[in-house]
Write a protein that binds this ligand. Structure first.
Ligand code: GLN
Length: 196
């Protein structure tokens, strides 16, 4: 498969390396042309406000929103999840793509020094993974459309709504490829479903 990694800012290389270790090709997406013919897109962590400005400047914002609304599989981590969300509770004027029916609080665990690593149980994978939370958001509310795939400290940290997968943590900073694998497998399953 050909998986795009949004390459405007953030931990782009780490996501590309995870996808490549799983045997798929990656495309670093810098402007709207790169969005064509992708099987899926990863939106890395970074600084969501900076990413928004750059995505708009490079003509990515509207096209990406429309592609996701039409079913393009996307996986957003941390700032990526903020961009996908419906609303940012502590920055209500911050623009978001609004394709994931959750409300998030940015930087909700505190500053960089409050970043931490945690073990997470992922029931659908019947496994535990190690995850880094780096100035992560907290999902403060989500609608019935959103499936909760993992929780930490009582809040949702891995969620899915149809073609949109998102985590408040960074799996790309560990050697554990299981969340990337979940994303890639869900693309294959959706394709098989579309053919059937
Ligand atoms: N604090 C960042 C934001 O809200 C997200 C941090 C991250 O992606 N690691 O944009």
């Amino acid at each position: 498969m050909k998986i795009g990694v949004l390459a405007v800012q953030g931990d782009i290389r780490e996501h590309a390396a995870s996808v490549e270790k799983l045997g798929h090709n990656t495309v670093l997406v810098r402007d709207a042309r790169y969005l064509d013919e992708l099987d899926g897109l990863i939106m890395p962590g970074g600084e969501s406000t900076t990413m928004t400005i750059l995505m708009k400047r490079f003509g990515l914002w509207d096209k990406l929103k429309s592609l996701i609304e039409h079913g393009m599989p996307v996986y957003g981590t941390c700032a990526g999840l903020v961009l996908l969300s419906k609303r940012v509770t502590n920055y209500p004027d911050q623009p978001t793509l609004g394709v994931l029916d959750v409300e998030v609080e940015r930087n909700a665990y505190g500053s960089q020094t409050e970043s931490f690593e945690a073990r997470l149980r992922i029931p659908i994978l019947e496994t535990e993974i190690s995850a880094f939370f780096i100035r992560s958001p907290i999902v403060r509310s989500s609608s019935m459309k959103v499936e909760v795939l993992a929780k930490y400290g009582g809040t949702s940290v891995l969620v899915r709504q149809g073609n949109v997968l998102a985590s408040t943590f960074h799996p790309e900073l560990t050697d554990d490829l299981q969340v990337h694998q979940l994303f890639l497998e869900s693309i294959s399953l959706r394709r098989q479903g579309a053919k059937a």
